[in-house]
Design a protein around this ligand. Structure first.
Ligand code: NAD
Ligand code: UDP
Length: 313
């Protein structure tokens, strides 16, 4: 297949480029490098089946030749980034999805949208199945990300219904691994950076909010299964192993062997406003439809991620 990946120089996008090239496909990555990094794909430049286009996908996207699939991952997914760049976040979710769906239509290509567990907002159902419609505050600070992804899902379904485009929607839950940006502000890079520098781990508020962390190779495997499946409606991909952020901080200290303290702090900006209190994917559908289940334990995944961070901190 000849596959286009937007956000291809990002954390998940670059791992997906690796995997699809390994599977024998031709891959074109598009990225404007706003949160992505050329280091993530530098090793691919010798591969004649790989190419890179630096471009902002909120503008018209031109790609010459045929395409079999368009995977739209471009986004500003870290709370710190989308609080800083709210309009750009809305644009990449809305206009970027419109442009890439238009491209998929022109090329008669399959389209896969990287959506998010944030479409469930601060969930009133636990764990979250795909049938749950969510609890999102459209005018809160997180609304720019959440609503852009909800719009992106609606637009994807509209292109499927109105134009017959073969579409897929993956709702990604917290995923971590090597190549996360050290300063992207998400909890995994923050804690690992702090642990490796011997600084206190900044647990926000009382640390009782929960998340469920999935290692990147498991997620990539799930995305590939979904791409090759016939499932049109959204599919959750994540690891249901849920814990509080306080527990997670202790696991990071254990795995990294760090003696850092844990500091409970209340951020002065809006980063914890509407912060979901709990989050855990119901992955029954992914197991049934894709035969997929995550395999990498938290200790194993964190161990690999610590090793990567250690060489960079
Ligand atoms: P990332 O920031 O590493 O990757 C996003 C990429 O998109 C970056 O390389 C960035 O430069 C690029 N980008 C942003 N705006 C762009 C634009 N206008 N034009 C072109 N490129 C642009 O983040 P990630 O964690 O790899 O996220 C990848 C996708 O997965 C995103 O769509 C995100 O919403 C989704 N997701 C990730 C997680 C997670 O836990 N990592 C959870 C839920 C959803
Ligand atoms: N968090 C924290 N300390 C940090 C960064 C994040 O306690 O240094 C918390 C944050 O408030 C949230 C959880 O960790 O409850 C996960 O945050 P992240 O930014 O990774 O992503 P989210 O799941 O909120 O999209």
């Amino acid at each position: 297949m000849r596959i286009l990946i937007t956000g291809g120089a990002g954390f998940i996008g670059s791992h997906l480029c690796d995997r699809l090239l390994d599977d024998g496909h031709e891959v074109i990555a598009i990225d404007n490098l706003s949160t992505g990094n050329m280091d993530n794909i530098a090793h691919l430049f010798g591969n004649e089946r790989f190419s890179f286009i630096k471009h902002d996908v909120t503008n018209y996207v031109y790609v010459s030749g045929p395409l079999d699939a368009v995977l739209h991952l471009a986004s500003l997914p870290s709370p710190v980034d989308y609080l800083e760049k709210p309009i750009q976040t809305l644009k990449v979710g809305a206009l970027g999805t419109h442009k890439t769906l238009g491209l998929a239509k022109a090329k008669q290509a399959r389209f896969l949208l990287a959506s998010t567990s944030e479409v469930y907002g601060d969930p009133l159902e636990h764990p979250q199945p795909e049938e749950y419609w969510g609890n999102v505050n459209p005018v809160g600070p997180r609304g720019v990300y959440d609503e852009s992804k909800r719009f992106a899902e609606a637009l994807t379904m509209a292109y499927h219904r109105a134009h017959g485009i073969d579409t897929r929607i993956v709702r990604i839950f917290n995923t971590y691994g090597p190549r996360m940006r050290l300063d992207d502000g998400r909890v995994v890079p923050n804690f690992l950076r702090q642990a490796l520098r011997g600084e206190p781990l900044t647990v926000y508020d009382d640390g009782s909010r929960t998340r469920s962390f999935c290692y990147v190779s498991d997620l990539v495997e799930g995305i590939v299964c979904l791409l090759h499946s016939d499932e049109i409606y959204p599919v959750n991909l994540g690891n249901p192993n849920e814990m509080t952020i306080h527990e997670f901080a202790k696991r990071v200290l254990d795995v990294s062997g760090s003696r850092s303290a844990i500091a409970f702090i209340t951020p002065k900006d809006e980063r914890t406003k509407d912060d979901p209190q709990t989050r855990r994917p119901d992955i029954t559908k992914a197991q049934r439809v894709l035969g997929w289940t995550p395999k990498v334990s938290l200790d194993e995944g964190l161990g690999r991620t610590v090793a990567w961070f250690r060489s960079r901190v």
